[in-house]
Design a protein around this ligand. Structure first.
Ligand code: NAD
Length: 420
């Protein structure tokens, strides 16, 4: 069974449930909850696109701005067959708390188009992207809402968005999206930022739990941008990556996979299957393998109350957004597993997106090492702040992260005078 079969649960309800837990712990006034809990703006668009065979196909797309209390909305665009409005609302909500956790001056947004990018030609993808950009154009912009890549979108797609937006203004506006190619105003270090941020938070968790990273056995579910980079950095730090999967299947080697070679293999063949020196296992066996660190880096709801029972990791590092359901969370918590929640764990991506936007706005670009150093500082500071709340308030690490993020948004809203 792979994730696409279990994605039916409503992730927006999970996002609301997590909000309530943190809001209760913060003892937030009901008026404040009414003001900050729900998306500020939702845009639903129909995208008629000429396909290569000549017919017009209509795609449905969304852009949700959950909050602009702390700055312009910020969040990725997802191309996937399972994209729904509720999923985009959940992802936009998490972006608000995430930007606040790492204390960058952005609110939360997210976009998505329900489509099967793997079955589309480059021409079809480009025409759909340009149509989508034109449709959401009235609400995006460097001061309003800044999209970025998410699942199955990449720097090329960001380049088309930037170009379409700039065409309407008559001059180049790189700050409208992040995750762009370097030659169009992208930032060095953006491509690996999410995985790198995941790595820094895992380092923090290992220090806290006194678990030597060099002795750790790691499983990565979802070997895409976030998962493969996190795997590579963990491997370089001496950890042993024993199993990974992608949408096509799983590979396992109990003595360790050669991550760099696996990345090359995936680039060449499009998936992890067929990698030499590894055996194929079933996706549901992956989560049950004995390991120290499990990195869910694919999609939402990957770990629920049923399969959480089998998880043997000491640390679950949520590289993906919303990979653990609230019920799954309770099971992991009862087993004493240290969960690094998504809004902290994968915040490296949006942090370097912020750096990219700053560089674009200033027309002054930084060296890769500057980006890494600043990212490390942000991730380690945020990890320490969340850990402090977790220990002081005796709440789960997820609730602690939500308390930090939601508390900052509530404070900004109060200071803006949006509620008495
Ligand atoms: P990606 O498209 O690069 O990779 C996704 C990977 O997941 C692919 O390898 C794909 O094969 C795999 N996958 C898809 N369906 C699967 C399934 N059913 N079972 C196992 N694997 C499956 O996407 P990404 O950018 O790495 O994003 C992954 C997750 O990380 C998403 O939840 C995304 O929202 C989150 N995230 C990404 C970034 C970023 O900067 N890329 C930032 C923050 C959060």
């Amino acid at each position: 069974m792979i994730l696409t079969e279990t994605i039916k649960k409503n992730v927006y309800e999970a996002a609301m449930e997590n909000f309530d837990l943190a809001a209760n712990a913060l003892e937030l006034h009901p008026d404040v909850r009414e003001m900050i809990k729900y998306p500020e703006r939702i845009l639903e668009v129909n995208l008629p696109v000429r396909m290569d065979d000549g017919h017009i196909h209509r795609f449905e797309g969304y852009r949700v701005q959950h909050s602009t209390a702390r700055g312009p909305a910020k969040g990725g665009i997802r191309y996937h067959p399972n994209v729904t409005l509720d999923e985009v609302k959940a992802l936009a909500t998490w972006m608000t708390w995430k930007c606040a956790v790492v204390n960058i001056p952005f609110g939360g947004g997210k976009g998505g188009v329900t489509c099967s990018p793997k079955d589309m030609s480059q021409g079809e993808l480009e025409r759909m992207t340009r149509r989508y950009t034109a449709s959401i154009l009235p609400i995006i912009g460097p001061e309003r809402d800044i999209p970025a890549p998410d699942v199955y979108t990449n720097s090329q797609i960001m380049a088309w968005i930037m170009d379409t937006y700039s065409m309407t203004k008559g001059y180049p506006i790189p700050g409208v999206v992040t995750g762009k190619p370097i030659s169009l105003g992208g930032s060095l270090g953006r491509n690996e930022a999410t995985g790198r941020g995941v790595f820094y938070t895992i380092q923090g968790a290992c220090d806290h739990l006194e678990l030597p990273l060099k002795e750790a056995r790691v499983i990565v579910q979802g070997f895409g941008n976030a998962g493969s980079i996190a795997a590579q950095l963990l491997h370089s730090a001496g950890a042993t990556v024993i199993a990974v999967n992608d949408s096509r299947g799983c590979v396992y080697n109990g003595t360790g996979l050669d991550v760099a070679k696996l990345i090359v293999h995936k680039e060449k063949t499009g998936n992890v299957l067929g990698f030499p020196a590894a055996e194929e296992i079933r996706p549901n066996e992956l989560l049950a393998l004995k390991c120290d660190i499990l990195v869910p880096a694919a999609l939402e709801n990957a770990i629920d109350e049923e399969n959480a029972v089998a998880v043997k990791a000491k640390i679950v590092a949520e590289a993906a957004n919303g990979p653990v359901t609230p019920e799954g969370d309770k099971v992991l918590e009862s087993k004493g597993i240290f969960v690094i929640p998504d809004i902290l764990c994968n915040a490296g991506g949006v942090t370097v997106s912020y750096f990219e936007w700053v560089q674009d706005e200033q027309h002054l670009f930084w060296e890769a090492q500057d980006v890494y150093n600043r990212l490390e500082r942000v991730m380690k500071t945020s990890f320490a702040e969340v850990l402090k709340i977790h220990l002081e308030h005796k709440v789960s690490v997820r609730t602690a992260a939500n308390m930090l993020g939601i508390g900052r948004v509530a404070e900004a809203t109060r200071l803006r005078g949006l509620y008495p």
